[in-house]
Design a binder for this molecule. Structure first.
Ligand SMILES: Nc1nc2c(ncn2[C@@H]2O[C@H](COP(=O)(O)OP(=O)(O)OP(=O)(O)O)[C@@H](O)[C@H]2O)c(=O)[nH]1
Length: 623
């Protein structure tokens, strides 16, 4: 019913582990902007963990970039005291990252909970990520607490959406709680409901320790801080632990809970959520999804399969000023300490000089990394158009994995495979036609369609990842006046009729512009790129052909006309043969210029040509 002063609770927590029956581990899942962070802030305040003086909006989003963009990138866990009927409980709220790029981390965070608060905006209703998150929570067997948020809004329709939500989770509309994260209305009842309905964590206190890592972050002063949820047994300071996927052994230097800042404890027992510090310096030694056990008495089986983060999208990153290359290399090394999913190798480009080919989980991940590099390391960067990973089978049956279009094999190709996703789109039924049109243009296959209510539909498509990572979400929004929401998950690869389009300047290939596209779209890409470069490259003393080619076949051509020096300017009057002679001479000169040297293209032209079409679906995120 009421908060316990946090100091008192901390004293109770500090010496020993809290008994599992007094613990509740939950997360809040919602569609983007349905108010997850605001509700979390209100809970922190109501439980007395953060007082009014310390309070700032989005308390749990600690990185600047998270706060500015209003998104959660890394998971967080906070312990809050709450008393129901005179019994003091400890609630662990695990905040999850929202974007589809980080789905693996979301599912690990969910696996650390027994229950989930499913939050839906009372003025918007169910959206694509509401469903995606609900399904993830159900896969993890979580108890769902359905909640309508923002009931203070004049546009709120709690009756209508309570019914929709009740139908979705299988309960009565009256059981759907109504809250406002903004005013705090209903939040006390929600905390009571969490304690009453979410089960206490199970686990065997006598078994060898097993704890799942659901996040790990790099701290400049303390090294890697690993967030874990203990399933069986217990962990205590100074003991030796083993990471089960790598078998690496570390000593536990510190162990504790977050409430809301780190508080060291004597240990973590069954069902508890907290942090470990081992002194390792690189998050890849302590990865999300791995299981921690005790070195002296190791568990025989880990908690679920561990997955290495797999980059889905690649892009070349180049410093605009070539002398910044060593700074970029050091900056990537530093970021890698905190980002297990970041992959990179050096590469060189004729157009852009020295840089790196970097693998990302998705476009948002790319944007965040790029922004952090620019901001935290003061670098000016250019990134090449992002591409997905292709698998090319050659006639001799060997398979080449292509992460850079300019490396696409030129020889005899049997098959090219590209990654595909299963996309879920929710929109008002009046936009069905426009959405279908868009998905068809993007090589989508309709899997199914369901009416959620009279006027809202859920459409399911398989789409090539390459077709949706770029501007699909923007297009979807503009075709549905902002009403559609999108979610997608990778479902494997499929063979497709793909070709590499090269761009040639005066017959010389410009690697940064090579792109792998569907055969039917090759022509459009070629025309677009050639046209763009024609506008961007300044006229030269000689004619510059810009060609788009598939293999040896030219599919589009533009010409940058030469600046024609008026050689006749000084030749007043005179006879025609003299003029002709001068013009002939000029032509000779131009021919020579064409054959010697390369076109003088300012780097800005490359940058402009590359940057305009790499817009990311910024808010295609899962909340
Ligand atoms: N009127 C009203 N507005 C709210 C309420 N809760 C959140 N908002 C507003 O809704 C917007 C989104 O809220 P956030 O808490 O950032 O939502 P979120 O996207 O789920 O959280 P993030 O993880 O930070 O992205 C903000 O402008 C909030 O001020 C509410 O109960 N009432």
């Amino acid at each position: 019913m009421s908060p316990i002063p946090s100091a008192a609770l901390n004293q109770r927590i500090l010496p020993a582990a809290t008994p599992p029956e007094l613990l509740r581990n939950f997360c809040i899942i919602a569609h983007i902007d349905h108010g997850k962070s605001t509700l979390a802030d209100r809970m922190l305040q109501l439980t007395g963990v953060v007082d009014a003086r310390q309070m700032r909006a989005q308390y749990l989003d600690r990185m600047d970039i998270e706060r500015e963009r209003g998104i959660t990138i890394k998971s967080q866990a906070v312990r809050m005291p709450w008393e129901l009927d005179g019994t003091p409980f400890a609630l662990n709220m695990i905040d999850t990252p929202g974007h589809v790029d980080f789905t693996y981390e979301v599912s690990r965070s969910l696996a650390a909970c027994e229950g989930a608060v499913l939050l839906v905006d009372a003025a918007q209703g169910i959206e694509a990520q509401t469903l995606a998150n609900l399904y993830l929570a159900m896969e993890n067997d979580l108890t769902i607490v359905p909640v309508l948020n923002k009931i203070d809004l004049p546009a709120a329709q709690p009756e209508k959406y309570a019914e929709e939500l009740a139908k979705l989770v299988g309960c009565e509309p009256e059981e759907v709680l109504r809250v406002s994260g903004k005013t705090g209305a209903g939040v006390t009842e929600l905390l009571d409901r969490i304690v009453a309905t979410i089960p206490a964590p199970g686990g065997d206190p006598g078994a060898p320790a097993r704890a799942m890592i659901f996040d790990s972050v790099y701290d400049t002063y303390r090294g890697v801080v690993t967030y874990v949820r203990v399933k069986d047994g217990s962990l205590s300071p100074r003991e030796k632990i083993v990471m089960m996927s790598t078998r690496a052994t570390h000593e536990l230097l510190e162990i504790g809970v977050i409430s809301p800042e780190p508080v060291p404890t004597q240990g973590l027992g069954v069902g508890e959520v907290g942090y470990l510090i081992t002194g390792v310096k690189d998050v890849r030694q302590s990865r999300v999804g791995d299981t921690v056990t005790n070195a002296a008495k190791p568990a025989s089986e880990s908690l679920g399969a561990y997955q290495d983060p797999r980059p889905m999208v690649f892009s070349g990153l180049y410093p605009i000023d070539g002398s910044d290359y060593p700074v970029l290399r050091d900056a990537l090394d530093r970021l890698k300490l905190n980002d297990a999913a970041l992959n990179y190798e050096p590469e060189t480009s004729v157009a852009l000089g020295f840089g790196f080919r970097v693998g990302f989980l998705g476009l948002l991940h790319l944007e965040i990394v790029r922004e952090r590099l620019e901001r935290e390391f003061d670098l000016d960067l250019i990134s090449t158009a992002p591409n997905v990973v292709y698998e090319v089978t050659l006639e001799d049956r060997s398979v080449v994995t292509v992460t850079n279009p300019s490396e696409f094999p030129g020889g005899k190709i049997m098959e090219v495979r590209e990654p595909v996703v299963r996309a879920t789109i929710l929109c008002p039924s009046e936009f069905i036609g426009s959405v279908m049109e868009l998905c068809q243009a993007r090589r989508g296959d309709l899997l199914g369609m369901d009416y959620l209510s009279e006027d809202r539909v859920e459409m399911r498509y398989t789409l090539p990842l390459a077709e949706i990572v770029f501007d699909f979400f923007d297009q979807l929004k503009s075709k549905t006046r902002g009403y559609a929401s999108l979610d997608y998950e990778p479902v494997g690869e499929q063979a497709a009729d793909l070709v590499k389009v090269d761009i040639l300047l005066q017959g010389e290939q410009v690697d940064a512009f090579s792109s792998i596209v569907h055969k039917e779209k090759a022509y459009a890409y070629g025309v677009m790129m050639a046209g763009k470069l024609k506008d961007l490259i300044p006229r030269q003393q000689f004619e510059v052909p810009i060609q788009a080619a598939v293999g040896a076949r030219v599919i589009a051509r533009e010409t940058i006309r030469a600046i024609r020096k008026d050689v006749l300017a000084k030749c007043y009057g005179g006879d025609i043969t003299r003029k002709r002679k001068l013009l002939e001479k000029q032509k000779e000169g131009k021919k020579r210029m064409k054959t010697i040297g390369r076109v003088d293209v300012p780097q800005e032209a490359f940058i402009a040509a590359l940057s305009s079409d790499s817009a990311a679906p910024k808010d295609a995120k899962r909340k």
